[in-house]
Design a binder for this molecule. Sequence first.
Ligand code: UDP
Ligand code: MG
Length: 315
Amino acid sequence: MKDKRYSFVIPAYNEEKNIPLIYDKIKAIMSDKSDNFELVFINDGSKDGTLFVLAELANADKKVKYINFSRNFGHQAALTAGLQYATGDAIITLDCDLQDPPEVVSEMIAKWNDGYDIVYARRRNRSDKFFKKQTAIMYYKLLDKFSDVKIPRNVGDFRLIDKKVSNVINSMPERARYLRGMVAWVGFKHTFVDFDRPERIHGETNYTLSKMLKLAMDGLFNFSNLPLRLGLILGVLSILTGLTFLGYMIGDVIVNKVVYQLYKVLTVVLFIFTGFSFVIMWILGEYIGRIYDEIKKRPLFIISGTANIDDSERK
Ligand code: UDP
Ligand code: MG
């Protein structure tokens, strides 16, 4: 059997102190498994000595590779680059700050050897601050309810994916990258490994509120049509409200012989027409949604295996 190759993809933004730590940890856990592995660091425009530390490591150990971004492009972009350059049969993405403990990787690799194509590391607790924790809980509820694919809860970007999964991800050209959604979208056999997420050792979180919001929006807009449906819901609501009042007025005129002034009638009619314009907006939204789907150019289907099929015969 061919010696399987493992890739560790590690985005790093101002992580000079953490890089040597994670390097040692990964070497330690791989020592009894395989010598065939690589560490692909992505320096996402760090302002500290990250690049220097990486360059030294890469010089001393050929297993260490790095990609140096010209500026800060963000965590998801860094992961995307890492997946494109990783050469392993199994690719493990993890944070540089040791909040995704490399120790968990042993279990993930074991599951991969059992035949799972995606192994998510799931957080048992969230040691995050109150605000982050609460917003995360709310956000995942919302996403769960409205997204078209089930994106697993309490799962970040700490996961192992098989090469065939990363090949699909690499072939998805959409620009707004929400990798945890994309990984869920591709399907394949998946499982979970639970772990306790520790606090960051060195440095501070690089996920500012605005970066978090952007990520949250990417998830919501790329994986659900809720924002589009809003027009339909509002439209139907205001048409129904208008019709109810209109019915009431007509009844009032017939039964009680009340005479309504013109502006009152118009208000009700206006309600109904506002509803129509909401509906029209929704229809436009549906088209825009379809255009968006088309330009995302996601594959129509993903094949996980075949029998007696000759790929060269494919039209
Ligand atoms: N990161 C990155 N670019 C950024 C922000 C973060 O590459 O613009 C990296 C960072 O170095 C770390 C990972 O993404 O390896 C997660 O970031 P962080 O620990 O700040 O996020 P948190 O754990 O607080 O969600
Ligand atoms: Mg972190």
